[in-house]
Design a protein around this ligand. Structure first.
Ligand code: CA
Ligand code: CA
Length: 584
């Protein structure tokens, strides 16, 4: 039928069709990943197409060529430099497709490297204005791939689509105004042909939002602010106010309420829900904004077709410590008390590991995964709310700065941005966590556009003699910690787990390390030359299993780590992609 129509159109039209399709195939060889490929990413071992190695972001690969018996023989295949003087905070997760590794670098850069040789194919540098205001270093956490495009977010709060074969810009759109304190560092996710992103800027009194754009044009499809009182949109029309205006905020405070969705989200095809965490309410000083301050410090389930919020769960109502709540919510299935359930897990900055029913947001359990929580004594299983310890909240300031209190975890969290992994084989979550505290006090503050909006001061300090970082294996069915590996410096990189009974993560001291997933025994390490704060991935290529990770120290710890930062000030900067395979 199709052939007959083409013939009837005549040879000129048919020729035009062939020519139009030619450039793509000539340059790339394939049309590129589609929606189905992205949804199947966790099962397809020959590529890494999504942030999290699957839309659910479990960071689990079934590959088992590299296992506990041979991981000691892992050696570098190559390393590729990110070059230039812009060497700090390489927090990206690589994307691997059709013989190319795509990574983002600090200062909003993208690189394409040959996956067999490490040779650079192209590099894209976003032209950033001088006045950008990233709170927590010039990092970027990774790109998305779709068709012939690579898509990533920039520090001046834009989203850019590049041709994946040439690195040339296809479209470039503004998410929000960087002059108001907005920025963007998260890896976008792609669902049903839409690029879904959040925003950063919670320290500047911005309004957190999640939005969806057409992947081919960058045109906005829907926009959903996550602070109650703000209007959402769908295809250019009003689509309902978020929550109920002034239900949990007083006066006009919701207009600068924070709740930045700065870590991006996950997607669960089974329930057709997007899960986005929201950041701290603004300002940090909780006495200036009575109420629960919805939907800050929460997990939100959002309908990708409409941008409407289907459920919410707030981990830290009326947050007074910048515990934030952006940590990734990872869908998984398990049997709880004899009942098979669709669940989701989140290791929150506040120090508790939450399990929710992901179909409706209902609280299932919460267990402490850090040494100390001075601000709450457990989570009430009936209400799902923290049992607050009132003395743990920094008091209201008088005319001068308020009295400091010691709080643990510190505001950098029991776990910060660095993603955990979930193994289908062991049924355990592997959480990159930190044991540390802070002195925190409140101060007066008034909102001023584009200026820091904290009303608080702080000094982070260690709480243990021998460690800050701890990689913890947590059983989500019992809330028990099955093993832990302690690290001197704070852990700040993502985790990968594999069918070879392995767990990989990096350290600021410069190592990529491999552990036995069942016992936590350290089996291998490699010194990359700078701190590892990126997220490792694995894939299969030409019959061999590869592991890759970014190296390059930076992120929030050296900027905000107080006494902790001083101890690790001698760690060298860097910027390299390291790729490993088994020695022959
Ligand atoms: Ca894959
Ligand atoms: Ca924050």
């Amino acid at each position: 039928m199709k052939g007959r129509i083409l013939r009837s159109l005549g040879s000129a039209a048919a020729l035009a069709l062939v020519v139009a399709g030619a450039p793509l195939l000539a340059q790339g060889g394939t049309a590129g990943p589609n929606d189905a490929d992205l949804m199947n990413d966790a099962a397809s071992t020959g590529d890494v197409l999504t942030y999290g190695m699957g839309p659910q972001a479990q960071r689990f690969s079934t590959l088992k060529q590299i296992d506990t018996s041979n991981v000691a023989k892992l050696v570098p295949a190559f390393a590729s430099s990110l070059g230039g003087e812009k060497q700090r905070g390489q927090e990206a997760q690589p994307i691997v497709y059709d013989g190319t590794i795509y990574v983002t670098g600090s200062y909003s850069r993208v690189f394409a490297f040959d996956a067999r040789t490490g040779e650079e194919k192209w590099q894209y540098d976003a032209r950033l204005p001088e006045a950008i205001m990233p709170c927590c270093d010039v990092v970027n956490r990774g790109a998305a791939i779709y068709g012939d495009k690579i898509i990533f977010a920039t520090l001046d709060a834009r989203i850019v689509a590049l041709n994946r074969n040439t690195g040339k810009v296809v479209w470039n759109k503004q998410i929000a105004d960087y002059k108001e304190g907005y920025s963007a560092t998260a890896a976008p996710i792609i669902v049903k042909g839409m690029v879904i992103t959040g925003n950063s800027g919670g320290e500047f009194g911005v309004v957190g939002a999640v939005e969806a754009r057409d992947v081919n044009t960058g045109e906005l499809i829907w926009h959903r602010p996550v602070i109650e009182g703000h209007m959402g949109t769908l295809r250019g029309k009003d689509n309902g106010i978020t929550g109920k205006t002034n239900a949990s905020w007083q006066g006009d405070l919701w207009k600068t309420g924070g709740g930045a969705t700065w870590l991006g989200g996950t997607y669960d095809p089974e329930t057709n829900l997007l899960f986005f965490g929201t950041g701290n309410p603004a300002p940090w000083n909780s006495h200036l904004r009575p109420g629960d301050n919805l939907y800050t410090s929460s997990t939100l389930a959002i309908d990708p077709d409409t941008g409407l919020i289907k459920w919410h769960y707030q981990t830290t109502p009326h947050d007074g410590w910048d515990f934030d709540g952006v940590n990734e919510f990872i869908p998984f299935d398990a049997t709880i008390k004899g009942k098979p359930m669709k669940l989701g897990a989140k290791a929150d900055r506040n120090g508790y590991f939450y399990i929710l029913d992901r179909t409706n947001g209902k609280f299932i359990s919460a267990s402490k995964f850090v040494m100390q929580t001075t601000w709450a004594d457990g989570i009430n299983p009936k209400t799902g709310r923290p049992n607050y310890i009132e003395a743990g909240r920094p008091p209201a300031p008088g005319t001068e700065k308020g009295k400091p209190v010691f709080a643990s975890p510190s505001f950098l969290g029991g776990k910060n941005w660095m993603p955990m992994a979930y193994s289908h084989d062991t049924g355990l979550f592997y959480i990159p966590s930190n044991d540390w505290g802070m002195d925190i006090w409140n101060e007066g503050i008034a909102y001023k556009k584009g200026a820091a909006y904290l009303g608080a001061g702080f000094t982070i300090k260690p709480i243990a003699d021998d460690h800050i970082g701890v990689l913890r294996a947590m059983d989500p069915r019992t809330g028990k910690i099955m093993w832990e590996y302690k690290n001197k410096a704070p852990l700040w990189g993502g985790v990968l787990t594999t069918g070879g009974n392995l767990v990989f993560t990096g350290t600021p001291e410069g190592y990529l390390k491999a552990f036995d997933a069942k016992t936590g025994q350290e089996l291998w390490k490699f010194q990359t030359g700078s701190g590892v704060v990126g997220s490792p991935v694995t894939w299969e290529q030409d019959g061999e299993q590869y592991v890759a990770v970014m190296s390059g120290w930076g992120g929030a710890v050296p900027l905000w780590g107080g006494e902790v930062a001083k101890s690790f000030k001698d760690i060298n900067q860097g910027g390299a992609l390291w790729v490993f395979k088994l020695a022959k």
